[in-house]
Write a protein that binds this ligand. Sequence first.
Ligand code: BG6
Length: 361
Amino acid sequence: DNGGYEHYLLKEISEQPDTVARTLRGRIDDRFHIAHLGGLNMDARETRSFRRVKIIGCGSAYYSGQIGAQLIEELARIPADAEPASEFRYRNPVVEPDTLYVAISQSGETYDTLAAVQELKRKGGRVLGIVNTVGSAIARECDGGLYLHAGPEVSVASTKAFTSTAVSFALLALHLARVRDLSPADGRRICEGLRRLPEQIEQILKLDEQIKTLAEKYAHSPSMMFVGRVRGYPVAREGAQKLKEISYVHAEAYPASELKHGPLALINPDMPTVAIVPDDELLDKNLTTLGEIRARSGRILMIGHRAADAADDCVVVPKNETELDPILLTIPLQLFAYHAAVALGRDVDRPRNLAKSVTVE
Ligand code: BG6
């Protein structure tokens, strides 16, 4: 049942205030400013013992894992990184006892991710799952984890599972951080930020008409560039992925600082740039990048927390805590891809050549 929406994708984008609230429900402790994650099956001593976090997943799950790695590194100060599960399993990875492995999957059935988890288990790795589908193969294979509680996701392109995964990582990062060095005050700041998310997502959804107009303006470009720095970079990657998947417009995502090391050569009026520009300590650097794009006659659509003269168009979203902003910055890009796909007459919920869950090698 698509609940009166023309497409499941729009329904699932619109559900996000509720799905994020469901991911958070019962998991924030306001007394000690910690996360309650009963399914991890790890005591405090064990939780403290990890020296590294490795996150694996495929497609959008991998990009949400990149947001997760940044959250863990920023809040818990544990080195963390994300890698496509497929690459991980094919390269005979070193599996270490003091590394915490986290596998991400909406369906819980993606074969590459499952095979990576099985390989990890064979080598004695400790694996948590961040999974939407209860009782799925990946959930069963893991030592513990968190369910998203986002409800079934029907549209092939992932939206609500993406945001709920990022929120789950914020909870996991808070948990890992508060058994280490994160102060109660910073714990409180993150807890309060998490609680604000559903209402702020609601506000972003109200930008739908503006984003639709922008999508119709840019959808006919042969190609688009997506850029972001640090926290903005996984957002840019996911934005490019959404556009590719459902509108078939070619899109490239680059770290903003890498533009000048190659892809700046591509910038011209036919290749607009979507720039993710959060109001963080990198704002000035990002505005410089916008200037460089503009100097090459590149058109710019900026997603950020305030308008900037260097951009042709700006979508301004509410600000949360810096660490949590990537979650909110993703949502305009979901709507952008959706409206671009509709404008181009694509089969939004079932894009060509793709399957919702890839259960083969
Ligand atoms: C892809 C889907 O093939 O699998 C993506 O098209 C999805 O939308 C990816 O992100 C991973 O799926 P899952 O179920 O493991 O999160």
